[in-house]
Design a protein. Structure first.
Lengths: 530, 302
């Protein structure tokens, strides 16, 4: 009897452990792998008139946390009423929530799901690489027919910059003024107390400011930084003439164009004194206690801390500053939040890339024609545009003296609305708002005075020949970048040396050669276009 | 043969779900391992993409860290398996000795609980205890006028923290299997030993532990297969994504791959790593099973 018992017990416990072991996830041998090869061949619409008799759902992939107060649904109801009437389409937003957005976004594109419209950004959403992997549908034949207004309004030059491998794969956000250059946000009131009366224009003065906060504001951390981003790129902007061609190498950008006069020669500030100076300064700041001792594990939200008066500084781009200033004026009255754009030090600034925002059509879209028709309306129909970007007049906003203001009794929690439509905003439909700092213009004037045209608009780096090396480089910057950027890597000279060696080992030279080769070809192409 | 099938019918049916699970999730996707050898393109699909041979494995060896990573991963897993099983057996045996029923239930539940706490939360709790400026530990140390410790920049203490956290989290759950095994022990045997005058220690040493041996070996063999698969969730959340000061002792294959592929999302390279881990794990299981067969043949898996 005990034999049977023993055997049955063995079987049972085997089954139990098997399922336990299996639950803990050992299926990374490509279980996520079955996108059928039925790519974008559905664009054979043929005859001239479009059949809109059938109602179709068009999905739009956007980045952001799904709104939860019900306002979004109300607005979309209105939008869809108009959409149905005009082209018999129902729009549906698909949100990529901010937590791990990069992974989720790429996964969504990789899944083979039939997304119709997709938010893209060549400098932050890895659009060229996704185009290379075949995530988007070529639009050359579809655009003139199904999105005629957009097709007309975007210049040929801008379409040129929207091509991958000779085919248009995206619609650029080319008629919208925005500045996404980064800088430090510091408190004007504290700076004044510290004896800094002029607008800050270099990192040394920022250091002086932080020291003042450290010495005089016991409740605040001078800069309650987190290591999710490095300010290395800002340092390069401030202290060299080099410009960033957005070659993704993970945590730290490594490859830069030499200068605006010679943008096609690739160089790396990591291998000259710039990087050592940066590392040394950050080590100095860390040692002086401008941020937390265990900054590398800090998960605090810097912006929240700034608004609560617990951090003396924050870092992000001008667009963020323009609205943050208004919020700060409310939450910390008299704080006079200022921005030190990294470009100010020596006027090193490129115009915003027109493909920083934009929209593509998914390779597996079932209704690319209708999707483009819907897009054409979002972008060119004033009523729909205002609904999608601002919400319902009288609920989300009112027009007063030509400005958007919050209506009487507006409640942030119940009434706020956003759609995160960054795929084709246009200046002509924008209404100024009192939620943006009214003096932001002076900053933009400053930018206009020294901005240079963006030279890499059509450059799409083909990574295939150096895939392994780039991945290895990604790993190295991810491994050492945060510690060096926040002065936690020990002796800066030694750390920098080690970082350089590891990069070399990972195949820096090979990537550099390949990049230069492609850049030379690009240069020839640009010059032949005249 | 048929007769044997019939006589074991019930047992086979009970096994069916597990078999189905493995067919669906382990055997059917196996051709996907081919992903590791191609340059994957979304629209061409797996078998339409270009074949590139071993190219996808190169990034692993380029920086020369593979040895350190493999070592760390294996060392952690050995610690997890060894200490984990010892603790689980210990707890199960102690549970069995408890005579107060309600006390046993309560303590079992309490030990069970950590298993259900998300590792993300555990990471946060750990940070709030260990952080330098505001952590519980250092606040206590400061109030006692003892020099605070910089936990997050000292790599030597992290293996202990990680293993201890693992034990805290998994002991209660794992001990259930051993406890169930002890329950299956024929009570006549235990009673007989008591009549013969065996004390508690002798009972445990001569009866219960030998009884648990086959279970232990099975669990051991299973966990050996995953010896190259690190406990990513736990380590990533405890150490954080950016703290390279701790990497010498905490970096495992998964965290390395996460850093490398997080921003550029290359499926093929990811599959390559998965394949490396699986092949390595397969080798280890075969080896371990061979060893077991040499030492105590009746306990080997096959």
């Amino acid at each position: 009897m005990s034999k049977v018992k023993k055997a049955s017990f063995l079987v049972l416990s085997t089954a139990l452990t098997l399922s336990l072991a299996a639950c803990s996830g050992n299926n990374n041998n490509g279980s996520s792998a079955s996108s059928s090869p039925d790519s974008g061949s559905s664009s054979s619409a043929g005859s001239s008139d479009v059949d809109t008799s059938k109602l179709v759902k068009i999905s739009y992939l956007v980045l952001g946390d799904k709104p939860t107060n019900g306002q979004f649904e109300k607005v979309m109801e209105k939008v869809n009423a108009l959409m149905k009437e005009k082209i018999n389409v129902e729009l549906e937003w698909q949100w990529i929530e901010w937590t791990d957005w990069q992974t989720k976004y790429n996964l969504a594109l990789a899944s083979g799901e039939p997304y119709d419209l997709i938010t893209i950004g060549t400098d932050w959403l890895d659009t060229w690489a996704n185009a290379q992997r075949g995530a988007f549908m070529p639009l050359d034949d579809l655009l003139p027919k199904y999105a005629p207004q957009t097709w007309e309004s975007v210049s040929q030059e801008s379409w040129q910059q929207s091509k991958y491998d000779g085919k248009i794969v995206l619609i650029p956000e080319d008629q919208y003024t925005q500045w996404v250059n980064h800088g430090f946000f510091y408190r004007g009131d504290w700076a004044k107390e510290a004896g800094i009366t002029e607008p800050i224009k270099d990192w040394e003065t920022i250091g002086k400011y932080l020291q003042y906060v450290k010495d005089n504001k016991p409740d605040a951390i001078p800069w309650d930084a987190t290591t999710s981003e490095s300010v290395w790129d800002g340092f390069v902007t401030s202290y060299t003439d080099e410009i960033n061609p957005s070659i993704s190498t993970g945590y730290l950008p490594i490859f830069y164009g030499k200068s605006i006069d010679d943008p096609y020669t690739i160089t790396s500030p990591v291998y000259d004194d710039t990087f050592l100076n940066f590392a040394t300064m950050m080590k100095d700041w860390a040692d002086k206690g401008y941020w937390r001792e265990d900054v590398l594990n800090n998960k605090n939200n810097t912006r929240d801390a700034l608004q609560a008066g617990l951090s003396g500084m924050d870092q992000h781009h001008s667009q963020t500053f323009s609205t943050l200033r208004v919020q700060m004026d409310k939450k910390q009255p008299g704080s006079e939040l200022q921005m030190f754009p990294f470009s100010r030090t020596r006027g090193n600034l490129l115009s915003t890339l027109i493909t920083h925002g934009g929209t593509s059509v998914g390779a597996h879209s079932k209704n690319p024609e209708r999707a483009l028709m819907a897009y054409d309306l979002i972008r060119n129909d004033e009523e729909i545009y205002h609904l999608i970007n601002y919400g319902i007049e009288g609920v989300q906003y009112e027009i007063k003296d030509g400005k958007r203001v919050l209506p009487e009794g507006y409640d942030e929690t119940n009434d706020s609305f956003y759609s995160d439509f960054w795929g084709g905003r246009v200046d002509k439909f924008e209404i100024p708002t009192d939620q943006v700092w009214d003096q932001i213009g002076t900053l933009y004037q400053e930018y206009d005075s020294y901005k240079k045209p963006y030279p890499y608009g059509q450059f799409a780096f083909d990574k295939t020949p150096v895939d392994a090396e780039l991945t290895a480089i990604n790993q190295v910057t991810g491994e050492m970048g945060p510690a060096i950027s926040y002065g936690k890597a020990g002796d800066p000279a030694q750390a920098v040396e080690e970082f350089r060696n590891k990069l070399k080992q990972a195949g820096y030279d090979k990537v550099m050669a390949e990049l230069q080769k492609q850049m030379d070809a690009y240069k020839a192409m640009v010059e032949s276009q005249g | 043969m048929l007769a044997r099938l019939r006589s074991n019918r019930t047992l086979l049916i009970m096994c069916l779900p597990a078999i189905a699970f493995f067919v669906v999730f382990a055997y059917l996707p196996m051709p996907g391992a081919y992903m590791a050898f191609i340059q994957f393109n979304y629209s061409d699909g797996i078998f339409g993409s270009k074949f590139v041979g071993l190219d996808n494995f190169r990034f692993l060896v380029l920086t020369g860290d593979l040895w350190r990573l493999t070592f760390n991963t294996i060392a952690y897993n050995i610690a997890f398996i060894l200490f984990g099983n010892v603790m689980q057996i210990l707890v199960a045996v102690l549970m069995n000795e408890l005579r107060l029923k309600w006390f046993r239930k309560v303590s079992q539940t309490l030990m069970f609980l950590p298993y259900f706490i998300s590792v993300v939360l555990i990471g946060l709790i750990a940070y709030n205890i260990l952080s330098y400026d505001f952590g519980l530990l250092n606040s206590v140390l400061r109030s006692l006028d003892i020099e605070p410790v910089k936990t997050y920049s000292d790599p030597t203490i992290w293996p202990f923290i990680i293993v201890l956290t693992f034990l805290w989290q998994s002991t209660g759950y794992g001990s259930i299997i051993y406890f169930a095994a002890i329950m299956g022990l024929d009570s006549e045997v235990v009673e007989a030993s008591e009549i013969d005058g065996a004390n508690a220690f002798q009972r445990i040493y001569y009866i219960i532990l030998p009884w648990l041996k086959p279970t232990f070996i099975i669990l051991l063999l299973f966990s050996l297969g995953g010896i190259l698969k690190g406990n990513f969730g736990l380590i990533y959340n405890l150490v954080g994504a950016n703290n390279s000061a701790l990497y010498p002792t905490t970096d495992i294959i998964e965290t390395f791959v996460f850093r490398a592929l997080m921003t550029n999302f290359n499926f093929s390279q990811g599959s390559a790593v998965g394949l490396y881990q699986s092949v390595f794990g397969f080798g280890i299981v075969m080896l371990a099973n061979w060893l077991v067969r040499k030492i105590s043949p009746e306990n080997s898996l096959f």
